[in-house]
Design a protein around this ligand. Structure first.
Ligand code: GAP
Length: 431
């Protein structure tokens, strides 16, 4: 984990939040490469789960919603953790994680356990009193439920169909940590998949299995092997207040096996509480649809993909035929923050000019870096470390034969192809 954190900082994936002012605990900023990766994750998810499906429509709802939403959804009453507070230092601890009946920080007496709501509070408007207290959403899900009627009326969708959303959620987590794994501000990609009232268990279980397969396929698409994932059947007493069945997809992170994604059967809990019915246009029947909910965290996706892709291996050096250790991020090409690096062998204008022109042409379709500093061996290693699938090198022969060398990140095999065909070559490999 330390190696990944240090690489992520050094190369511009992830920085500590507010760093120049001493940081702000458990907040993180995404640098040039991290920001590119997050866009890739969102875009790929959107393409697979929204655009390619005829049974899915997206929404983008407000982060702050009417308090009545949280009353109806059960979050005001149930989205809580039991906490114990120290009489002396007033630090709070999760009751179920305490080993002794005393404060782990100062040894003081603990007051009785109290329920602590995890929603992040703020005030709308100039005054700060109870009347204008509001919450940042703890899940994107409710924005999809409350717009169920609007979507039906405006889009003519018929059951079964889903509403999808990508956006930030906020939770006043008591124990944030493990790098970007658990933070108070994070991003979710969620689907609420609405189905008719199931006549028996087999019906909702059928939809549940379909989404389970979709989620597994997505995980594979991230470059994560099946043996790195554990599907945990959440026990009855651990289920969220809205769920009848949940499977957590746990990833074997370097700091332990922990939840990556979740799949829940929310029954008609939400639509019933918001009193939003569906009218079957053929039978005229009105009822509360049931819901299967696949949910994905963006930051956990990024972290799991990076952990899975990070590889150290012994590899031949370009210069002297010896071997050294190379770090290579074997990310799937669609997820890599940079798709191609253009590397002229010399900084001389006769090479840099056509190399810059090639980079600028390719930039219309791909994320490209141009790098002319240091030895070619070092430049290759720099690209391996951030997962760039292809490097294109121009040398003095290129000026005569119009050809360039394309190097593959994983096999390190080099091919000589015509400069004019680089775009087509990459399109073929990457799109
Ligand atoms: N709407 C259902 C829901 O919110 P959840 O299991 O509480 O379910 C869904 O959260 C996903 O959001 C998790 O599987 C995880 O990927 C991500 N997530 C939840 N809390 C998080 C946190 N504090 N930091 C980062 N990601 C988080």
């Amino acid at each position: 984990m330390d190696k990944i954190i240090s690489l992520a900082k050094r190369r511009g994936f992830i920085y500590p939040g507010s760093e120049i002012y001493g940081g702000l605990q458990n907040t993180w900023d995404f640098g040039p490469l991290g920001a590119e990766m997050k866009v890739n994750i969102r875009m790929e998810w959107w393409k697979k789960f929204v655009r390619e499906r005829e049974d899915m429509v997206p929404v983008e709802s407000a982060l702050i919603m009417n308090n009545k939403v949280w009353e109806a959804s059960g979050h005001l009453a149930n989205f809580t953790d039991p906490l114990s507070e120290c009489e002396k230092c007033h630090h709070r601890f999760k009751t179920d994680q305490l080993e002794k009946d005393e404060c782990p920080d100062c040894g003081g007496n603990l007051m009785g356990s109290k329920q602590f709501n995890m929603m992040l509070k703020t005030h709308l408007g100039a005054t700060e009193d109870k009347s204008n207290e509001v919450y940042f959403r703890p899940e994107t899900a409710q924005g999809m439920f409350v717009n169920f009627g609007n979507v039906i009326d405006s889009s003519r969708m018929k059951l079964p169909f889903g509403i999808a959303q990508i956006g930030k959620s906020f939770r006043n987590e008591i124990t944030p940590g493990n790098y970007i794994f658990r933070t108070r501000e994070f991003e979710q990609m969620e689907i609420e998949y609405f189905i008719p009232v199931p006549q028996n268990d087999a019906v909702w279980q059928g939809y549940f299995e379909l989404w389970r397969t979709e989620m597994k396929n997505w995980i594979t698409h991230l470059g994560i092997d099946a043996d790195e994932i554990y599907e945990l059947e959440v026990t009855k007493d651990e289920l969220a207040h809205y769920s009848k069945r949940t499977i957590d997809f746990e990833y074997k992170f370097p700091f332990g096996q922990k939840e990556l994604y979740g799949l829940a059967y929310r029954t008609d809990f939400d639509l019933k509480n918001h009193n939003l019915k569906y009218r079957d246009t053929e039978s005229g029947e009105e009822y509360y649809p049931h819901v299967i909910e696949p949910t994905f965290g963006v930051e956990r996706t990024l972290l799991a993909a990076m952990c899975s892709a990070y590889t150290e291996e012994s590899a031949p050096t370009s210069e002297d035929g010896g071997e050294d250790m190379r770090v290579v991020m074997r990310l799937p090409a669609w997820l890599a923050p940079v798709k191609v690096a253009i590397l002229p062998l010399s900084k001389k204008q006769e090479l840099s000019e056509p190399a810059k022109k090639l980079a600028s042409d390719l930039r219309k379709e791909f994320t490209v870096v141009y790098d002319e500093t240091q030895s070619i061996g070092k430049r290759y290693r720099r690209q391996d470390e951030i997962g760039t699938p292809y490097c294109v090198t121009l040398d003095f022969d290129s000026l005569n034969d119009g050809k360039v060398t394309v190097r593959d990140r994983d096999t390190m095999v080099q091919e000589r192809i015509s400069m004019d065909s680089v775009g087509e070559y990459l399109r073929d490999k990457l799109l």
